[in-house]
Design a protein around this ligand. Sequence first.
Ligand code: SF4
Length: 380
Amino acid sequence: MTPRTFGIYVHIPFCVRACPYCAHNKITRWDEEVLAHYVEALLREARIWAGSLAHRPVESLYIGGGTPSVLPLHLMEKLILGLRSLFPGLEATRGERKPEITVEMNPEHVTPERIQHLQGLGVERISLGVQSLIPEELRFLGRTHQPAHVFRAIEILHRVGIPERSVDLIFGFTGQTLQSWEATLRQVARLPLTHISTYELTLEPGTPFWIKARQGAVLLLPERTRLAMYLIKEQILEEAGFPRYEISNHAQPGHASRHNLLYWRRQDVLGLGSGATGQLGARRYINTFHVRKYVHSLLQGTSPPRYQETLSEDQILLERVFLGLRLSEGLPLPPDLLERAVQTWPAWVEVRGGRLILRFPEGVFHAETLAVEIATWWKT
Ligand code: SF4
């Protein structure tokens, strides 16, 4: 039997400044020695896993954060070359396809030298945390870049020849308007990009925004406005040649994120790093958020503290349905369930090629309710 493919996620939990909405695991006080120890710890953790995974083909490597672009070039090189030597699947080409290697960057960290260096290490996909192209909105979100950094960064990625260029945008926060969101979208859609992710701002427990909201601040726009923002995003990006392939993600045809597809298709992803989540079959784990404890345990020769659980078949089924329905390609279902779904929600779903597809917008907006119902049918 051919071994199953898997992805590798590496978490770099260092940021220049903490954005007030962000719940990702990160620290803002670090120096080069801390970074060097962290990369060493990452490679030690990778070595532990390589014993059981090195024979399997690798679909993708995603270096995210935090802010991976704070790593100096020599540490990024050590990390990527170290992973490539531990997982031969990262070197292999299957047919025309090489594993997809992505690095997240802040726009202000993009320089031709850095991008050429990453390219030399096999990186072909860069994802930029852009969030908005309106200076006041970037300030509100606590970002350290200006719109000019974004334009310059994307021009460099394009000129140097990075084939997969992605940006993240945020909508739905106080101070943003339908007009300013539309202006950001229209400008972004004209840039030489291949992929655009858009996220509605949520107030994550423990973040400064969440604390402010509990003290009475209004940080989210009314639901009606957020809905209008979602709809206008859909229209502008579709018209610009970026169809939606997942509820929050748009790409030019053939440019969907292969790494993210692993999550939505519920395939295996090895998570490395402090706060990284991994999912291998029914097993799911999350490494300690405590960066020092993570490094200390690995440098002492032991696995990092982590919480782990084994999911039941019912939990896996629910996840598979919930995640699969988010994708525009739809969810493969047995014929009797497809028929039942269409009869139950004729305005919200349709069937194409043996898959259940959510109609836009009603089906997409009711994705969660539908997932719970379908998973219940499936297991009875
Ligand atoms: S949004 Fe990105 S840059 Fe800002 S704190 Fe979170 S991980 Fe760091």
